[in-house]
Design a protein around this ligand. Structure first.
Ligand SMILES: [Zn+2]
Length: 646
């Protein structure tokens, strides 16, 4: 160590005359600003926030916010919510806040200073004698899709309250009280939310006082075309489906469709034997004008499907696990939440995703299973959908480098923006791989217990405890292991650790095998896919050539290491021709099938920027639609799982 230092000193002396200008020490960082103190679990003493949100300028997507915040004199930080539960990312839409004006007594302006590091924080000094701040700003909703999800049209608004509130730093969100008032665009507009209403006065809605925590967790949909259906399995379990359409025709349900949604609430009640809400409201927009959504809340969910969802019922089967997924989150995610994902406020403590394979993965599993048990999706279609999940892993080599646990960091890494090479980056596989892990666990419990126990028993204990408490209870990896062991003793720690933390290149099919099936491929599309693909914006050829392609010929996802990838094809190329035929989905399918017989290469003419490329792919295995084949020697446990509960 000393020797080395002398050597370096000698070297420095030697070159000193030549580099005298480089001898300054170089720039040094300024002292770091003190971070905002962690919030305390103490009431916000000055009083309840009074919030008024005005939607009358919906036509221009401008929301006016006026807020009265009781305060004490001295320094104060106001936060715009940054970590929004359900998003798992610091993505509060701060860029859309504008026009901030803070005033004190007699409208005297009070200067605010945005924190130079935490841009979600505004610092003010409350003058002596000022007991409340008047805070006004606009929330400017996206007008173009490039600015973010379109959350409003001229006839529907999806209002997430976190976008229209500033709150004082220093306290848990449950310790801050708020009294919200909403002005709808006109008295013709309907609204729905899990919030309790005190009174309605024309277009003005006065909500009951609540905590900031419950407020932000209870978004509101408003719209001109509205229908409310009662799905309650019984009087003690009130569940409502609030539908908002681009038109009345979009939300005209047949009696059969209504019954299927009632079945969902009934099957959830049978599964969880509990609930953690005073009443539950599905907020469901059926629209091509407002962006699709699926965001969970404790007593409601924001859901969205295309405008023809109910009208083209056969074609909408791919969307039909959405409500079951978001509803399950009331138990798994909102009532029970990973300890490192729960935060006391929306700004100071970051969220961590180490258990998203439970939060989202198990919810994905029950979303599929409950949809099947309710009849929203048939058991056969559900098996196809699970086969697609497994086939997706067969075609995606990302598991060669990235353990599942690492995908839990992705919402923070990419803020949920799309990535270029999905099959290699595997950004959010905690959903689908999580699904297969929980199928694996379910069939394992069934096998070990000789069919006496199942994952139903696990969730009844783990998610159904303390019903009907709405107070979130957190859990750790060890709590999951202990609860599984209470149902069926096994090395669950090893089972889960291997699947979550280790590199697992092999497609995780153990649950499928133990469920009595094996993954196979066929040239014949299942009926649901044929109907779906008639109006689908893009179609997957993942398991044949190795890409997804839009109806206009634009290549979407290209599977890493697939034949298309090896031939140099990349996303955003435009397919002009297949062999000697101009591109159409029908032509592409027919030429793939023809190559199975002729054994000729498939010639693709692709355009990228101003260059045209002709690429030949030697592929002769047909269309390869994934599906399950029954393996007769194993009990059909997967069929038992998908059976409605009596
Ligand atoms: Zn989810």
């Amino acid at each position: 160590m000393i020797f080395r230092r002398i050597q370096l000193a000698a070297f420095a002396l030697l070159i000193a005359p030549l580099t005298a200008f480089a001898q300054t020490p170089g720039p040094q960082p300024i002292p770091a600003a003190a971070p905002e103190a962690a919030p305390l679990d103490t009431p916000y003493v000055p009083g309840a926030l009074q919030l008024t949100v005005d939607l009358t300028d919906v036509g221009r997507r401008i929301i006016q916010v006026d807020e009265v915040i009781p305060v004490e004199p001295g320094p104060l930080t106001l936060f715009y919510p940054k970590w929004i539960p359900g998003y798992h990312t610091p993505g509060g839409p701060i860029s859309k806040l504008a026009g901030l004006v803070i005033t004190g007594k007699k409208n005297a302006p009070i200067a605010w200073l945005r924190d130079p590091i935490d841009v979600f924080a505004f610092h003010v000094t409350v003058p002596d004698g000022v007991k409340e701040l008047h805070v006004a700003f606009q929330y400017l909703q996206p007008i173009r899709a490039s600015e973010g999800r379109l959350s409003a049209s001229d006839s529907i608004i999806d209002l997430e309250w976190n976008t229209v509130v500033l709150y004082p730093a220093g306290h848990f969100a449950r310790d801050i009280q708020i009294v919200p008032t909403l002005r709808l665009p006109s008295a013709d507009w309907h609204f729905a939310s899990a919030l309790d209403v005190k009174k309605t006065d024309g277009a003005v809605v006065h909500f009951a006082q609540t905590t900031l925590n419950t407020f932000i967790d209870s978004p509101l949909f408003a719209g001109l075309h509205y229908k409310r259906l009662d799905l309650s399995p019984d009087a003690g379990d009130p569940v409502f489906l609030n539908l908002f359409g681009d038109s009345d025709a979009n939300i005209a349900l047949t009696p059969e469709q209504i019954q299927l949604h009632k079945n969902l609430a009934a099957q959830a009640q049978k599964l969880y034997a509990s609930h953690h809400y005073a009443h539950y409201d599905f907020l469901y927009l059926i629209s091509d004008k407002v962006g699709g959504v699926g965001t969970e809340h404790h007593q409601s969910s924001e859901d969205g499907s295309p405008a023809n969802y109910f009208m083209d019922w056969q074609g909408s089967v791919v969307y039909r696990d959405l409500l079951a997924h978001e509803y399950t989150h009331s138990w798994n995610g909102k009532f029970r939440r990973p300890a490192d994902l729960w935060t006391p406020d929306f700004n100071v403590v970051p969220m961590q995703g180490s258990l998203l394979w439970v939060y989202e993965g198990m919810t994905q599993y029950w979303g599929y299973v409950l949809s099947a048990r309710a009849g929203l999706r048939s058991a056969s279609d559900t098996r196809d959908f699970i086969a697609n999940v497994a086939a997706g892993f067969d075609a995606s080599p990302g598991r060669n480098w990235r353990p599942l646990i690492d995908t839990g960091a992705q919402p923070v890494i990419s803020q949920r923006a799309p990535v270029s090479w999905v099959s290699w980056q595997r950004p959010e596989d905690y959903y689908t791989e999580g699904l297969l892990i929980w199928l694996d666990a379910d069939t394992k419990i069934r096998e070990l217990s000789g069919g006496k126990k199942s994952l139903d028993d696990f969730v009844r204990g783990f998610l159904g405890k303390d019903s009907p408490s709405v107070i979130t209870e957190t859990y750790t990896f060890d709590d999951i292991v202990a609860a599984l062991n209470a149902v069926q003793p096994y090395d669950w720690a090893g089972f889960l650790h291997t699947r979550v933390y280790d590199i697992q290149p092999k497609t995780p099919v153990d649950g499928i095998t133990r469920g009595g099936y094996k993954l196979a491929y066929t040239d014949t599309a299942p009926a649901w896919r044929t109907v779906y693909e008639k109006s689908a914006p893009a179609i997957s050829f993942a398991y044949s050539l190795g890409f997804v392609i839009a109806t206009d010929g634009t290549i979407g996802n290209v599977y890493w290491d697939s034949l298309a990838f090896k031939a140099g094809i990349m996303p955003d190329m435009h397919l002009l021709a297949v062999n000697d035929r101009a591109f159409s989905m029908a032509a592409l399918r027919e030429e793939i099938l023809a190559a199975e017989k002729t054994k000729d290469p498939i010639r693709l003419t692709l355009k990228r920027d101003d260059m045209v490329h002709t690429i030949s792919i030697d592929y002769h295995d047909g269309l390869r639609y994934p599906h399950f084949e029954r393996v007769g020697t194993t009990p059909a446990r997967l069929d038992d799982i998908l059976e409605p509960k009596k």
